[in-house]
Design a protein around this ligand. Structure first.
Ligand code: 26V
Length: 827
């Protein structure tokens, strides 16, 4: 490697110490010199910014060094392309990962500051919808912690996931203006600008040798500007980079309005092109075919690939070594246009022969599928594509043509198969199947849990499985234990570390050392006390925000996730109503607080109706003296990463009750179990693997299996049979239907009743109801034996090692990316 550039080697930098005194000094300096505030008038927000600057400057040197060492070691880099990164807050994460938590607290105390209040000033970075976006965030944490040269690439949305307000029981969406006060974690790179073309037309011509060449001309151009965010690993010198792109009008706009003199029109156009990165799409299923969303996808893919190639070409010529030095992971199909774009760059711009370019492309890309739901599989109408990306459409046609030639060669007598495998769906208008493009253009395709991967092979991608039996593999999801145990649950992590040391933070399997402690009465008491403290903390928040008093000794029964019919929040509601009816009839139950949280897509009316139902049921039950506080229902508004960090540690029971075969993996299930909640769940997604790890005796299973579900459909499912056969079920459904919970509008919930009865109950709630209710009975019975419950709860924590995203990332690194950890030399 070349010598260190003189300017860096000789630059004078002030080494930043981690001791409390220097941190205190940084805080004071930033308040005065960066924020320009007098401590007398400084607000909590001013102190938050001071703290953020003090923390981030303790990362930047390592960040620069990490980038330098990747360069010097010519490391293979991993690029995680994702439309979503659900990062949450950063301050605590930065402080914990750099190991200066204690000293930070001391420094704040030294200044008479309330660290907790200041921490809460930070807005969540909510650049994602749910599971898929949060997984990307956990993966960045794990890559940095493991020393894998991993880069996140995405979009710097000006508005993230909407804020959910509950008004009169209804969800109301409010814009998430998270950048309003500036973002102390981002480093704008105004010099890192790439041109992104849209629209226009393709000109064919022949080069000197008579080969056909293509020019994409008369385009409308937008510039992508980079913003960088440090991603510190835990207890390591490694600080990786996340680069998000913001849309900027191209300079042409300036020229054009000077020339044309139509200033207002020019500024309007400028605005329109900058709208590209304005807002995150808040739908995680359906609502496809939106032009702006396709433009967002190409926008960030195009900029990211240019950036990746600039970096590659700094020390490699051409493209031949690309697959040895670069792995690109496509987080769902959203960035899969990258396959056509890389082909365009090589074939059109660098004159690489098609076959050679295709070999390089397929060895570079890999694709992760996150859903089996047919309505969430992306397809784009050919006409829309042709308008926005005319050259890419031609390239996709060419990819498809060559692919189908191979298919026809191998399966000459099966034209049905050709149509099923084609990248172009000709059945309802002509549409591009992005999943097919992603599979054809990748060397590996993965599902996110064993069952999900098996179902991919058996159902939606069965034809591809037949064609390429080694392409589809499993990578069971994971979560970062740094955020989801150490940061979210300081009480439990301190207790664990006191008994087994701190090794679990980087090697989660060490939690197994807790197994013998499950039989230690003293440990159980301490463990139970931590859980109670966490419940008390949540109870206080519920009281403050919702004015509902909940009993911290009641069972905290938690279902927190996006509101979707397949996730079956309604099944939970049916159980709540059943308990309520039993109480009214003079029965008894273990005191329970049923906690819901989650957002509905703004256009998903049935999901919004479910939110209103939960709130109406809560109103009736919480105010019915007959219940005498033995049952409470709480809907916590605005479920986001920060609210998850508050709710997860306080849960006793985790509801993971999707219809078998519908939830690809789930990751909330892992967070809750890692924090000592017992799961009531179906044999779906990663639930199956969690149950396997923690032991069936420590897990409450109910409901139909995937096979039973298919058999029931094949035999003919009639929800009315269940309605008529079960009096408690009928009573609960009738109460919903007849307006018991909506006396002001008795028709309000009829569509819910209808969906579950004459609508055919597509998610089989009625079929699983009896099994669910019975299972909830055994949950109750165990909760009464509080010591036995605590024991199982400890055993859950002890067996969650597999679900660290560190394990997931090592598997990706070895089985898909061929990437190695790189050590960043210590100071
Ligand atoms: C799909 C779409 C469809 C078009 C409109 C915009 C949009 C935005 C996001 C998505 C992806 C939804 C898929 C998703 O989040 N899947 C979840 O992924 C988790 C991580 O693998 C997994 O644990 C959950 O089970 C799965 O539902």
């Amino acid at each position: 490697m070349k010598n260190k550039p003189a300017h860096y080697a000789s630059a004078k930098i002030n080494k930043l110490s981690m001791d409390a005194e220097s941190i205190e000094c940084s805080l004071g300096n930033h308040l005065v010199y960066s924020i320009s505030k007098d401590p007398i008038t400084a607000t909590d927000r001013d102190w938050f910014y001071s703290a953020a600057y003090a923390a981030r400057e303790r990362l930047t040197e390592h960040w620069i060094k990490t980038m330098r060492s990747y360069y010097e070691q010519d490391a293979k880099r991993v690029y995680y392309l994702s439309m979503e990164f659900l990062m949450g807050r950063t301050l605590m994460n930065a402080v914990l990962n750099t190991g200066c938590e204690e000293n930070f607290k001391k420094a704040m105390a030294g200044l008479g500051l309330d660290a907790e209040r200041i921490r809460e000033q930070e807005f969540d970075a909510a650049l994602g919808n749910g599971g898929l976006g949060r997984l990307a965030a956990c993966f960045l944490d794990s890559m940095a912690t493991l020393g894998i040269p991993g880069y996140g690439y995405g979009i710097r949305y000006e508005y993230g996931m909407f804020n959910q307000h509950i008004e009169n029981g209804y969800q109301v969406e409010h814009p998430d203006n998270w950048l309003r006060y500036g973002n102390p974690w981002e480093f704008p790179r105004p010099e890192m600008l790439y041109q992104v073309k849209f629209n226009g037309r393709v000109v064919n011509y022949a080069d000197e040798q008579g080969n056909p060449r293509f020019h994409w001309v008369d385009t409308d151009d937008v510039m992508a500007m980079a913003y960088d965010y440090p991603i510190p690993g835990y207890d390591t010198e490694t600080v990786n980079n996340m680069r998000l792109w913001a849309a900027k009008a191209s300079r042409d706009f300036d020229l054009r309005y000077f020339n044309e003199g139509n200033y207002i029109k020019a500024v309007e156009d400028k605005n329109e092109s900058e709208n590209l990165s304005k807002v995150l799409y808040p739908d995680d299923t359906t609502e496809m075919g939106r032009e702006l969303r396709l433009k967002q996808q190409y926008f960030f893919v195009c900029a990211s690939l240019q950036d990746i190639l600039v970096r590659h070409h700094k020390h490699h010529d051409g493209f031949d070594t690309l697959p040895d030095k670069v792995a690109i992971q496509l987080n769902d199909t959203h960035p899969s246009i990258a396959i056509a774009e890389l082909m365009r760059i090589m074939v059109d711009l660098h004159n690489v022969d098609w076959d050679h370019a295709w070999d390089i492309t397929t060895r570079t890309f890999a694709y992760t599928n996150h859903t089996l739901m047919p309505e969430a599989l992306e397809t784009w109408p050919v006409e829309l594509f042709e308008k926005i990306l005319p050259r890419h459409l031609q390239i996709i046609y060419e990819i498809n043509h060559r692919f189908l030639k191979e298919v026809m060669h191998r399966y000459p007598d099966d034209p049905g198969l050709w149509a099923r495998l084609s990248i172009i769906d000709e059945t309802h208008g002509r549409r591009i199947r992005m999943a097919h493009l992603a599979i054809v253009g990748s060397h590996k395709v993965n599902g996110v849990a064993e069952l999900h991967t098996q179902l991919m092979k058996d159902t939606i991608f069965a034809d591809f499985q037949r064609m390429w039996p080694h392409k589809i593999i499993n990578m069971t999801n994971g979560i970062t234990p740094r955020r989801w145990l150490n940061q979210a649950n300081p009480g439990l992590s301190a207790l664990i570390s006191r008994h087994i040391g701190r090794g679990w933070l980087k090697n989660l399997s060490q939690l197994r050392r807790l197994v013998p402690l499950a039989d230690d009465a003293e440990f159980r008491a301490e463990f139970a006390q931590v859980k109670r403290d966490n419940k008390l903390r949540l109870a206080k928040v519920i009281e403050q925000r919702l004015h509902i008093q909940v009993d911290p000794d009641s069972m905290f029964d938690v279902q927190i996730k996006r509101i979707h019919e397949y996730k079956r929040q309604l099944l939970n509601v049916l159980h709540v109503i059943t308990l309520y009816n039993r109480l009214r009839a003079g029965g008894d139950c273990v005191p329970r607080t049923v906690i819901f949280a989650g957002k509905a897509a703004p256009g998903y009316l049935q999901a919004k109706r479910i939110i209103k139902l939960i709130n109406d049921v809560a109103d009736i039950i919480n105010n019915d003296p007959a219940v005498a506080d033995r049952l409470k229902v709480v809907f916590i508004p605005n479920y986001d990463v920060s609210n998850a960090e508050l709710i997860v540690p306080a849960a006793n029971l985790s509801e993971q009750i999707s219809t078998a075969g519908t939830e690809a993996s789930g990751t909330g299930n892992m967070k809750l179990s890692l924090n000592g909640a017992l799961t009531i769940g179906t044999l779906d997604g990663a639930n199956i693997e969690i149950r396997q790890e923690v032991g069936p005796e420590n897990f409450f299973i109910f409901g139909l299996t995937t096979d039973e579900v298919s058999r029931l459909w094949a035999a003919g499912y009639n929800p009315w049979d269940y309605y008529h056969a079960d009096a408690e079920l009928r009573q609960a459904l009738d109460m919903i239907n007849h307006g018991y919970f909506s006396p002001d509008d008795r028709e309000r919930f009829r569509p819910i009743f209808d969906a579950l009865t004459q609508g055919g109950d597509p998610y089989l709630l009625l079929a699983d109801y009896a099994s669910y209710i019975a299972c909830q009975q055994s949950v109750e019975a165990l909760y009464r034996e509080s010591d036995a419950w605590t024991r199982k709860s400890i055993l859950n924590v002890a067996h969650m090692g597999k679900f660290s995203s560190d394990r997931t990332i090592s598997d990706y690194a070895s089985q898909i990316w061929g990437a190695q950890p790189i050590s960043v030399p210590a100071d």
